[in-house]
Design a protein around this ligand. Structure first.
Ligand code: MLT
Length: 275
């Protein structure tokens, strides 16, 4: 795994690359959840998806990716979609399999809305298609206040119980510390702008029937942040979708049950290669 940097005008987009020399290999791009970063995919960089090159960007404002924008420009989920599109155009130069977990899924929907020709297949993990409800928006505002008062540490504390499922917390007590470490490395500004981007994102539900590429929907069966019913609704509305539930995983299914997560994607990728 190599950390790489792509210069986009004044901005830097940092990303992890399983093998920068594998320029002929088909590519999987994975977009991270809130408020983590590309490093949440470290388990997958330990040899998952044989024959495929894996890329994972730090979305704008996270980790090593900068986010200079004029003060009068509002942050939008489309910014993340454009980061992913830039990575595909500048580094991969061919359509990719695009996966996103939770907020990464919101970014993937935005890519499908803006630049669908760049994607040949989709993996939507522990995410939802609908926009924030009124209660959801109120919770985002409360989190902005908490962030201002206590920084990323406060956000980590607030979210922890919802990010990991009960099975993981019982069987792998170290997982909490791993997730806390993954959250604390991000800047308050990056986290604030991510909250604003998620809060203002459009409803992707009406758009789902127009997604015709092969789509894998994954969800931890103990996910309380984006519960299995959300994934069932996505899989029912996307014409060419299949749904896999990951037993014993909460919201961060790739970290909690990496082998089951990767096996589901391996099966999906093998199906693509055959078609
Ligand atoms: C995430 O995991 O990306 C977030 O929980 C998504 C959200 O807050 O809507």
């Amino acid at each position: 795994m190599v950390r790489q940097y792509l210069q986009l005008g004044q901005r830097t987009l940092a990303y992890l690359d399983s093998d920068p020399t594998a320029t002929d290999a088909p590519v999987v791009i994975l977009a991270h959840a809130f408020p983590l970063g590309a490093q949440m995919w470290e388990p997958q960089f330990k040899g998952a998806f044989q024959g495929w090159r894996l890329l994972a960007p730090d979305l704008r404002g996270f980790g090593g990716s900068t986010d200079e924008r004029p003060e009068d420009v509002e942050p939008s989920i489309d910014d993340y979609a454009d980061d992913i599109a830039s990575l595909i155009r500048e580094v991969v130069k061919a359509p990719v399999v695009l996966g996103g977990l939770s907020m990464g899924g919101y970014a993937a929907f935005a890519v499908m809305r803006r630049t669908p020709a760049l994607v040949r297949a989709l993996v939507l993990a522990d995410t939802r298609a609908s926009a924030d409800s009124l209660e959801g928006r109120a919770a985002r505002k409360a989190m902005l206040t908490l962030l201002e008062r206590e920084g990323p540490q406060g956000v980590a504390r607030e979210m922890m119980a919802k990010l990991l499922g009960p099975t993981t917390r019982e069987q792998n007590p170290d997982a909490e510390e791993t997730v806390r470490r993954l959250i604390k490395r991000h800047s308050p500004n990056g986290i604030r702008d991510a909250i604003l981007r998620m809060m203002e994102r459009p409803d992707a539900a009406p758009f789902l029937p127009s997604i015709t590429i092969p789509t894998l929907v994954l969800v931890g069966d103990e996910d309380v942040l984006t519960p299995p019913a959300e994934s069932e609704a996505i899989a029912a509305a996307v014409p060419n979708a299949s749904l896999v539930r990951i037993a014993g995983a909460g919201h961060l299914s790739n970290l909690e049950r990496p082998q089951a997560f990767e096996a589901s994607i391996d099966d999906f990728l093998a199906g693509l290669s055959r078609s």
